[in-house]
Write a protein that binds this ligand. Structure first.
Ligand code: F6R
Length: 635
């Protein structure tokens, strides 16, 4: 067990380095790996690396490739062992981990192919046990793993060691957890295409590596990271078993670190500087913790819960309570675009101009209404000029079945008017043939993607109609990084930024709503957010920008916490139902989204629950009781 290095880290049972960005973390790890490779090369030895796949290590591999090309780092003395492979896939399958590694790393460096080891996915069931033993023997033959790179799944899995795996488990054939399969559904263009089994190194195999670095990015991993680092060692969270390793370090980005005690509750781990944000954060926590509304907190509550320094420095409790109560009260507004002619001293948005040009950026269709469907309707009702821009078509998230149904409709319609049906029926027939030929291959032809994109666009129009937004206020940007790419392999370019600059210049908004700031950097919301950020930064001299406020809405999986909110827009029961109706128009997405905790199965239920929960939090703090609340942060 590690020695705690600072007071702030006293709850952490695994040494953890928090980096400003995933790229900074990847660079540091790449340097460490290069050090091991060079040190071993100097002694005429081989460096043995354990490698992972998935989105997380891609940046690391990019750094290693860069070091190979620019700094002359050679991989001739490197031997690699990958953690896992889907069972039942051939090596050349687009989603096989063997192919992933070739594409993301091996084909760009000078590693001898015979030094590369990935568990075999395409073997018969009866041969699996023997093959797993051979894999273990090969690792031993090379003297064990010098450094093992890990990612972490939302189930807490490492490799494909799902909950229930034991600390001494070895390389074996395993059944994938349903959450893991849902998380992989997008890569395979449908959950039905995701293999049910995999071959993975065991927890015991991983624990034998001399050094281990686990990487994690994005707010979506923050919960599981906190439990792995600070919680008990339990088999239901395999990553927690890493607490028992002497050479383990977690390298994580800010968003993934946000639930660690030192960041989430810093006043509990040592002296803090009481910034306005931290005061609000701690008092909201205190009220929840002692189950009292803010205005009923007394000095003793502060004192008994590690917050006496706040009362001493800025108290008494009465003053602090009033201050934070008012602050939170002032986040509430029924006028998300500002209220014209009203005193806006304590309102989240400016009163003027009374009629604003509002731009809502939605990474894929549906993100807009999930995050801010009720606010969208309000903005329209209150006379603002609202444009919704869908940055990508979202075509990759449409099932083949949906597409196939659509071809039947087109063909049916064409048969009603044979004289004019030629082009559309030819297109539909082509898509139909391509769908049939594709089988379970996770790659769509251009026409299939076009048709799937059309399905999502039509749903988006129907959804925005519910919110009162006319068709001519909708923009489909079809950013090239998405239309020409695939999950985990998107490469945003300057054309994406340019298209965003053009949109911003054309609208010259007073208000922009964006999302994706805290998402996994390889996800579509994070990429579109970065593209927006670059476009925004490049518009330094635009006069309209001086008068434009940017608001962040959060995705369903990572809702705002009360202390983070700058604008809380309450929804009546009717507004909430209308929002659900708007979400419901995205029919092709039902049952396609990752399973959330508890009994909540569908994304609209999760959105509804988030909004109701936020209203409940406000109520519990002693503020007004609303049906639901949508929340925003000012950037
Ligand atoms: C991959 C692997 C998995 C992933 C984990 C996270 O070889 O073993 O444990 O590291 O599922 O996946 P991403 O990085 O895609 O979030």
């Amino acid at each position: 067990m590690k020695q705690t290095s600072t007071e702030a880290e006293q709850f952490e049972k695994i040494p953890t380095r928090i980096f400003d960005s995933a790229d900074a973390a990847a660079r540091t790890l790449a340097n460490r790996i290069a050090e091991i490779i060079r040190e071993k090369a100097g002694k005429g030895e081989q460096a043995v690396l354990g490698l992972a796949t998935g989105s997380t290590p891609v940046r690391l591999y990019q750094q290693l490739i860069r070091m190979h090309k620019e700094d002359g780092l050679s991989f001739k003395n490197v031997v690699t062992f990958n953690l896992d492979e889907y069972y039942g896939l051939n090596r050349d399958h687009p989603e096989s981990y063997y192919r992933f590694m070739q594409e993301q790393l091996f084909s760009h460096i000078d590693i001898p192919q015979e030094n590369v080891h990935v568990p075999p996915g395409n073997i018969e069931r009866k041969d699996a046990f023997g093959a797993c033993q051979e894999y273990e023997a090969a690792i031993k033959k090379f003297g064990g793993i010098d450094l093992q790179v890990l990612g972490i799944g939302r189930t807490g899995h490492i490799g494909f060691n799902e909950p229930g795996s034991t600390v001494d488990s070895r390389t074996r054939l395993v059944t994938l957890d349903s959450l893991t399969r849902r998380d992989a559904a997008r890569d395979f263009l449908g959950e039905e295409n995701v293999p049910r089994y995999a071959i993975t190194m065991g927890v015991g195999t991983i624990m034998e590596a001399r050094e281990i670095v686990l990487l994690a990015w994005g707010a979506g991993k923050a919960g599981v990271i906190q439990r792995a680092i600070e919680g008990p060692v339990i088999e239901s969270l395999p990553a927690s078993m890493l607490q028992g390793h002497a050479g383990i370090t977690f390298y994580i980005d800010q968003a993934a670190s946000s639930q660690l005690t030192r960041l989430r509750y810093p006043w509990l781990v040592g002296p803090v500087e009481w910034t306005p944000r931290l005061i609000r954060q701690s008092i909201v926590w205190l009220a929840n913790h002692v189950n009292k509304p803010i205005l009923k907190l007394v000095d003793a509550h502060y004192g008994e819960n590690g917050m006496s320094s706040l009362v001493t420095e800025l108290g008494p409790a009465y003053n602090l309570n009033i201050r934070i109560f008012n602050e939170i009260q002032h986040t509430i507004t029924g006028w998300p675009g500002g209220k014209s002619n009203a005193d806006d001293t304590y309102r989240p948005e400016r009163a003027e101009p009374g009629k604003k040009r509002v731009l809502v950026l939605s990474p894929e269709p549906q993100d807009d209404v999930l995050g801010m469907g009720a606010t969208l309707s309000r903005l329209v009702q209150q006379g603002h000029e609202v444009t919704v821009a869908y940055q990508t078509s979202g075509s990759l998230a449409v099932s083949d079945e949906e597409a196939s149904n659509a071809t039947n409709i087109i063909l049916g319609a064409a048969s009603l008017d044979p004289a004019n049906a030629h082009t559309s029926s030819a297109f539909a027939s082509q898509v139909k043939q391509e769908l049939a030929a594709k089988g379970t291959e996770p790659s769509d032809s251009k026409s299939i993607r076009q048709l799937k994109g059309l399905i999502r666009k039509e749903e988006a129009r129907a959804s925005l109609k519910v919110c009162g937004i006319a068709e001519d206020q909708i923009r489909f940007m079809d950013l090239p990084f998405y239309e020409n790419g695939r999950y985990r392999q998107f490469k945003p370019q300057s054309v994406d930024v340019q298209a965003t600059v053009e949109l911003l210049e054309a609208i010259k908004p007073h208000q922009i709503f964006v999302t994706g700031k805290l998402a996994d950097p390889s996800s579509v919301p994070a990429i579109t957010y970065n593209v927006f950020q670059q476009a925004w930064d490049s518009l330094q001299n635009a006069a309209w920008k001086q008068d434009c406020w940017v608001w962040l809405y959060r995705d369903v999986e990572n809702p705002c916490e009360v202390h983070e909110i700058d604008m809380a827009v309450p929804c009546s029961p009717e507004e909430l139902s209308k929002k659900i109706e708007a979400i419901y128009q995205h029919r092709s997405q039902h049952n396609q989204n990752p399973l959330s905790e508890g009994d909540v199965r569908e994304i609209w239920q999760q959105a509804e629950r988030n909004n109701r929960t936020m209203a409940h939090h406000y109520d519990a703090l002693g503020l007004a009781e609303y049906e639901a609340i949508e929340s925003f942060q000012k950037l």
